[in-house]
Write a new protein. Structure first.
Ligand SMILES: [Mg+2]
Length: 156
């Protein structure tokens, strides 16, 4: 039974959508993103929307008593603040914590650490991601790895 579930944010919990120079875009270069977050601060995610099927899965896991975490790569304090605001506005009281790391390589170590601290077996931990290489790494490490495209299967 899944006791700890970790959700990626961009492209998993949240459909990226940003308003830049009069246009809505789904993403931008790393440099433009840093500048966008510096300019828009905690409102950087204001046009982003939760992904409905993922939100449904979040609710299902929560109802089954799993502890849920957001686990997201972030490059600045402004981006961290924006992610926390998006989660507070769209998933109030649902997640234990919004954990931000500086790169994808830190994600699995963070899961291992929390699993160890809380005495949960890796097989009872789940990573929900849109980056397929991370899903595979989670599976190889003995966790449940769920790609966003698998969620429909997980609900049934
Ligand atoms: Mg992602």
């Amino acid at each position: 039974m899944i006791r700890l579930a970790f959700f990626d944010m961009d492209g998993t919990l949240c459909a990226p959508r940003f308003y830049v120079n009069g246009k809505t875009v789904g993403g931008m270069s790393d440099e433009a993103w840093l500048a966008f977050c510096a300019k828009n601060g905690e409102d950087s995610y204001r046009f982003c929307k939760p992904v409905p099927l993922v939100a449904e899965y979040v609710e299902e896991l929560k109802n089954h008593g799993a502890k849920l975490y957001v686990l997201s790569s972030s490059n600045s304090e402004a981006e961290n603040a924006a992610k926390r605001k998006f989660v507070a506005q769209n998933f109030a009281g649902v997640f234990e914590e919004v954990i931000t790391v500086s790169g994808d390589a830190e994600k699995l170590p963070v899961i291992r650490k929390i699993a160890e601290k809380t005495g949960v077996k890796l097989e009872d931990c789940e990573l929900v991601e849109d980056t397929y290489s991370l899903v595979l790494q989670a599976i190889v490490a003995g966790m449940k790895g769920t790609h966003v495209s698998h969620i429909y299967c997980s609900l049934n």
